[in-house]
Design a protein around this ligand. Structure first.
Ligand SMILES: [Zn+2]
Length: 107
């Protein structure tokens, strides 16, 4: 039984509710339950200088998204399109995520 499991998963659309990227909406590219963080497309982007390589001889600047804490995002419900907290509902022994706004099962 893992209490580590997050209610935000890869592929979810989330809205950032605090921090520098507040208000941004995007898909979760990666979920990192160990640190309770998520990587959201085009959110918390850091520029990184890249050394020239054989494939990319001129080097350059690469943009990478930094993980942000899961508590700074809210799930955008695919059913009602509102940012919501995620509830859990037990159906036939299976946990399903539920939108707290419209009550629809999300998974
Ligand atoms: Zn909803």
């Amino acid at each position: 039984m893992s209490n580590n499991k997050m209610r935000i998963h890869k592929g979810d659309t989330v809205k950032v509710i605090s921090g520098k990227s507040k208000g941004a909406v995007g898909p979760v590219m990666r979920a990192i339950p160990e640190s309770r963080k998520v990587v959201v497309e085009k959110v918390a982007v850091a520029k990184k200088a890249q050394r020239p390589t054989r494939d990319n001889p001129s080097g350059g600047i690469m943009s990478i998204e930094k993980p942000i804490h899961v508590s700074t995002v809210m799930l955008v419900c695919p059913k009602c399109s509102q940012p919501t907290r995620v509830g859990l509902k037990l159906t036939d022994g299976k946990k399903q995520r539920v939108c707290k706004k419209c009550g629809e099962v999300i998974d």
